[in-house]
Ligand binder design. Structure first.
Ligand code: KIV
Length: 294
C-alpha cells in the first residue's frame, strides 16, 4: 500500500524547529482513518486505547499483537497518505529483543504501520535503540503509561513535584538518546511538559500535558464523544457530539420501522407484473402498526 504519505520523521523534527504544531489523532478502522486523513491530520496513532474505546475492555492490557495488526491494517487502507504509528501492545517488548523485533515486523509488514510506539522511559531505552537501529522509527511514551496502570495505582497526573518531574526529564532524555523520533507525554503537569519540550530536540506530543508541547494527540472517541467509556476528562474537548447524532439516528430508524413509515414509497422497487399490493393480506393478516409486538 504505497500512498503519497506527506509526513516523515525528518519533516516532523523540522516542524518542531519551525514551531509548527503537530496534530495526531487515534484511529482504529477504515472509516475513522479515512475521516482523519480527510481532515488533514498530520499523524494517525493506532493506539492500544483500542481496548477501551472499540473492544470494550476496561484497560489496554488485554489488547494483543493480533488485535493491533488487524486494526492497523484497516487504518492503513483508510489513510493511505498519512503517517501511521502503531502501538506495541502490553508485554510485547519486555522479553528478548527477537520477540520485540518480531512484533515490530508484524506491525510494519502486515499492519503497514510506518512507526511503532512503546510505553516506558530509561528502562526500555536499550530496546528502543535496537529497534531504531533496525531502521524502524520509534515514538516514545512517558508520563501516565496505561499498560502499567496497575503498578502506577490508577490514572494519576505525573510530574507534580520536582523529583517526579526530574524522573520524567531523565526518561525523556534516555529515549531521545536511544533514537526515538518524538515522545508522547500523557497526563503530565504543564510545567514538567514545558521543560521537557524545551530541553529536547525531538518533538513532544501531549495528551493532558498542557499547552507547551510541540503537538497534541487525542483519542478519536473522546474528541467526538463517540460512546467513549471514559469518565469526563479535563483535558478532552468535545469537538462534535457524534454519539448523540448516531443514537438519535438509530432511535428514529427504530421508531419508523415500528410505525411502518420506513421503508416509504421512494425506497422500494416496483415489479411490472402487478399493479397494487393489498395491505389487508399483509402483517400476518393484521394492520396494526405501532407497538404490535405483544
Ligand atoms: O493508546 C493510545 O491511544 C495512546 C494515546 C492516549 C497517546 O497511547
Amino acid at each position: 500500500m504505497a500512498g503519497k504519505q506527506t509526513l516523515n520523521i525528518v519533516k516532523l523534527k523540522n516542524m518542531k524547529k519551525k514551531g509548527v504544531p503537530i496534530t495526531m489523532l487515534t484511529a482504529y478502522d477504515y472509516p475513522s482513518a479515512k475521516l482523519a486523513e480527510e481532515a488533514d491530520i498530520d499523524m494517525i496513532l493506532v493506539g492500544d486505547s483500542l481496548g477501551n474505546v472499540v473492544l470494550g475492555y476496561d484497560s489496554t492490557i488485554p489488547v494483543t499483537l493480533d488485535d493491533m495488526v488487524y486494526h492497523t491494517r484497516a487504518v492503513a487502507r483508510g489513510a493511505e497518505d498519512t503517517f501511521i504509528v502503531a502501538d506495541m501492545p502490553f508485554m510485547t517488548y519486555h522479553g528478548n529483543i527477537d520477540e520485540s523485533l518480531r512484533g515490530v515486523r508484524r506491525l510494519m509488514q502486515e499492519g503497514h504501520a510506518h512507526a511503532v510506539k512503546m510505553e516506558g522511559g530509561a528502562e526500555i531505552a536499550d530496546t528502543v535503540k535496537r529497534i531504531v537501529q533496525s531502521g524502524v522509527p520509534v515514538l516514545g511514551h512517558i508520563g501516565l503509561t496505561p499498560q502499567s496502570v496497575n503498578q502506577i495505582g490508577g490514572y494519576r497526573i505525573q510530574g507534580k513535584d520536582a523529583q517526579d518531574a526530574q524522573r520524567l526529564m531523565n526518561d525523556a532524555k534516555a529515549l531521545e538518546a536511544a533514537g526515538a523520533f518524538a515522545i508522547v507525554l500523557e497526563l503530565v503537569t504543564e510545567e514538567a511538559a514545558a521543560d521537557i519540550s524545551k530541553e529536547l530536540s525531538i518533538p513532544t506530543i501531549g495528551i493532558g500535558a498542557g499547552r507547551y508541547c510541540d503537538g497534541q494527540v487525542l483519542v478519536y472517541h473522546d474528541l467526538l464523544k463517540y460512546a467513549s467509556p471514559y469518565r469526563d476528562k479535563r483535558f478532552v474537548k468535545t469537538y462534535a457530539d457524534v454519539g448523540s447524532i448516531i443514537r438519535d439516528g438509530i432511535a428514529q430508524y427504530v421508531k419508523e420501522v415500528k410505525e411502518r413509515s420506513f421503508p416509504a414509497e421512494e425506497h422500494v422497487f416496483k415489479a411490472e407484473y402487478k399493479a397494487e399490493i393489498s395491505e389487508t393480506t399483509l402483517y400476518g393478516g393484521k394492520k396494526e402498526k405501532v407497538g404490535t409486538t405483544s
